[in-house]
Design a protein around this ligand. Structure first.
Ligand code: PEP
Ligand code: MG
Length: 626
């Protein structure tokens, strides 16, 4: 071990040069830097009166609810129609809200409260939404928090929209502005965010939200810089204060001096030029400098995200986490309902391939519809394929829906958490049975549906050569593989620094899987979060992977990273890394080798790059300093 500073390490994600003013830390919701006067807007929650109704008022109250549903849908459609052409994902998110507003599960629940509990429509809506939102309370801090918080946010939005219609409170929360301003709010619904394009809103700051919240996705689509999750924003900022919204660093500066403002404006201009360069390259082929193709696909959880994925240049969906269909409800999704969802994704992406993963429920992904018993150690309990095999009725329903959706495009099926070949065999038997049933019902389907497995349990790595004889493809799930190999709970934030994808044990396992797969001609991808880190991605290329699947937003920069390196450099780095003994040593090696040419991708900006920036292979020019 050496006490010498490393020759080159990964650049820090944010390196603010002591800004002048009050600095608030938040989450980088949408990139870009904006400077302007603040407009603090109130809480978006709608007030209503709780009223008991008489039996004779029930039908009128149910009719009010129906009218509110119609009006809320019309409102969302109007917002959607008012958007400028371009950001497809914005409309996709609003479409998803349209579906949620009319969701029979929600409406039935509200109606029941009106009829059985004799509550007025507002009260019934608020209570029903509250009950559904409670299903999304995170049990502990973890990676899933962002997703769960986002689903809760969706439900809150739907509830608020219905309440606004019922109470007649349909005013925009952002008043008409006469000068460009930065909106500061506790929270903004995606529709409110979308509405901002008609107002001169140059950025926004919210107290709650995450990088993956739909509001942040909207902001990115509309190219409005945003900092979300800035905890003290409402108490620290007054209307009229000058604020810098730094959506790159996830930082807000209140009342900065001229020097800090000038610095921020310069960085904003440089980022804009940088981002334009990246996106313009998104449809370029993803090939290394020495001509090796690397296929980049997207991980999605909602049909609406499939469109977002294409917009970012995904060559298909490498992982569709279907478990999220089960978690916001108390009843199981039907075959027809699932078929429609899978079909929507497959059709949106066709002719590109879609890999549907069968439900991975259990562990940190609970589902009230399964009514699972509490377990001492859920990550090691009845989860994923084990749960599927213990509930063949539910599993067959999902398989039939998937098989039927295969009639509409290139669809594959993937099994999560396979720990032994026996599980694969049992799934294959059930798949054959489901195919028989789909045929018997006269539904069309693909002639052959590939059945692959996730490699995310250490035993699957060890047995990869055996599994490769029966699985038609592999996808390495490093999120769980790291958890189970290093014995670190993936949801435990305080342990997160130890759960490094650069740990030599993880690299050796990936190498072992890639080799076993190659011997048996089994196509192998990697779909863990590791793939969306530029340094890890090029190392994975060196380890022999030629397909990576990741969150859609990361695709343009990973593509750019791949296009700047050679396979020979990646392989050399991987060979050396495999001989090192610690994660730190591996990361240092990879950063030392690649950070100089990937510096801007690692920091999200050409800012302060201490290296000579080469002209990238597709000819993107070095950006001039602002
Ligand atoms: C993984 O474990 O790496 C993976 C991609 O699956 P999930 O994150 O859904 O468990
Ligand atoms: Mg997993």
């Amino acid at each position: 071990m050496s006490s010498e500073p490393p020759p080159m390490t990964r650049p820090p994600p944010s390196d603010p040069s002591a800004p002048h003013g009050v600095v608030l830390k938040g989450i980088a919701g949408s990139p870009g830097v904006a400077v302007g006067p603040a407009l603090v807007v109130g809480d978006t929650k709608t007030a209503y009166t709780r009223r008991h109704i008489s039996s004779t008022q029930i039908e009128a109250e149910v009719a009010r609810l129906a009218q509110a549903v119609t009006d809320a849908k019309r409102h969302v459609r109007e917002v959607s129609a008012s958007l400028p052409p371009g950001p497809l994902e914005t409309n996709a998110i609003l479409d998803a809200y349209l579906t949620m507003i009319g969701d029979p599960m929600l409406i039935e629940r509200v109606e029941k409260k009106i009829r059985d509990e004799k509550k007025c429509a507002e009260w019934a809506v608020a209570q029903a939404c509250d009950e559904i939102a409670k299903l999304f309370l995170p049990s502990e801090l973890g990676e899933r928090d962002a997703y769960i918080a986002e689903r809760r946010h969706d439900i809150e939005f739907v509830c608020d929209r219905l309440l606004r219609e019922l109470t007649g409170d349909t005013k925009l929360i952002v008043p008409r502005l006469d000068q460009p301003m930065v909106v500061v709010a506790r929270d903004l619904s995606p529709a409110d965010t979308a509405g901002m394009v008609r107002e001169p809103v140059i950025a926004f700051i919210t107290e709650i939200g995450t990088r993956t919240s739909h509001t942040a996705i909207m902001a990115r689509a509309l190219e409005i810089p945003a900092v979300v999750g800035a905890a003290d924003a409402l108490s620290m900022i007054r209307t009229g204060d000058t604020v810098i919204v730094d959506g790159l660093r996830g930082q807000v500066v209140v009342n900065p001096n001229d020097l800090t403002i000038g610095d921020a404006r310069g960085r904003g201009a440089r980022h804009l030029a940088f981002a334009r360069g990246l996106l313009s390259a998104r449809n370029q082929p993803c090939v290394t400098r020495d001509g090796e193709a690397v296929c980049l696909k997207a991980n999605v959880e909602l049909p609406a995200e499939a469109i977002l994925a294409l917009d970012h240049g995904a060559e298909g969906i490498g992982l569709y986490r279907t478990e999220f269909i089960y978690i916001d409800r108390t009843t199981m999704p039907t075959e027809d309902e699932q078929y429609e969802l899978y079909r929507a994704v497959v059709e949106a992406v066709a002719p590109r391939p879609v890999t549907l993963r069968t439900f991975d429920i259990g562990g940190d992904k609970f589902a009230s519809s399964f009514q699972l018993p509490a377990e001492m150690n859920p990550a090691l309990g009845l989860r994923a394929v084990r749960l599927a095999l213990s509930r063949p009725d539910v599993f067959l329903t999902q398989l039939r829906a998937m098989i039927r959706a295969s009639a509409h495009g290139d669809l594959r099926i993937m099994i999560p958490m396979v720990a032994s070949v026996q599980e694969l065999r049992e799934v294959r038997k059930l798949l054959d049975q489901a195919i028989f049933e789909v045929d018997a019902a006269g539904h069309p389907r693909l002639a052959h549906i590939s059945l692959g497995i996730m490699i995310e349990v250490p035993s699957a790595v060890v047995m990869a050569d055996v599994l490769a004889q029966e699985a038609e493809f592999f996808s390495i799930g490093t999120n769980d593989l790291i958890q189970y190999t290093l014995a670190i709970d993936r949801g435990n934030r305080s342990m997160a620094p130890l759960a490094s994808p650069f740990h030599p044990a993880i690299l050796r396992m990936i190498r072992q899987v890639v080799r076993a797969a190659a011997e048996h001609n089994v196509p192998t991808a990697l779909c863990g979060a590791m793939a969306s880190d530029p340094l890890a991605a090029v190392l994975l290329v060196g380890l022999g992977l030629r397909e990576l699947s990741m969150e859609a937003a990361a695709i343009p920069e990973i593509k750019e990273a791949v296009r700047r390196v050679t396979t020979a450099d990646c392989e050399r780095a991987a060979e050396t890394a495999l001989k090192l003994d610690t994660a730190e040593a591996v990361e240092e090696l990879v950063a030392g080798t690649f950070a100089p040419s990937l510096y801007d991708l690692l920091t999200g900006n050409d800012d302060d790059a201490p290296y000579e920036q080469e002209t990238s292979p597709q000819g993107r020019e070095t950006l001039p300093d602002a």
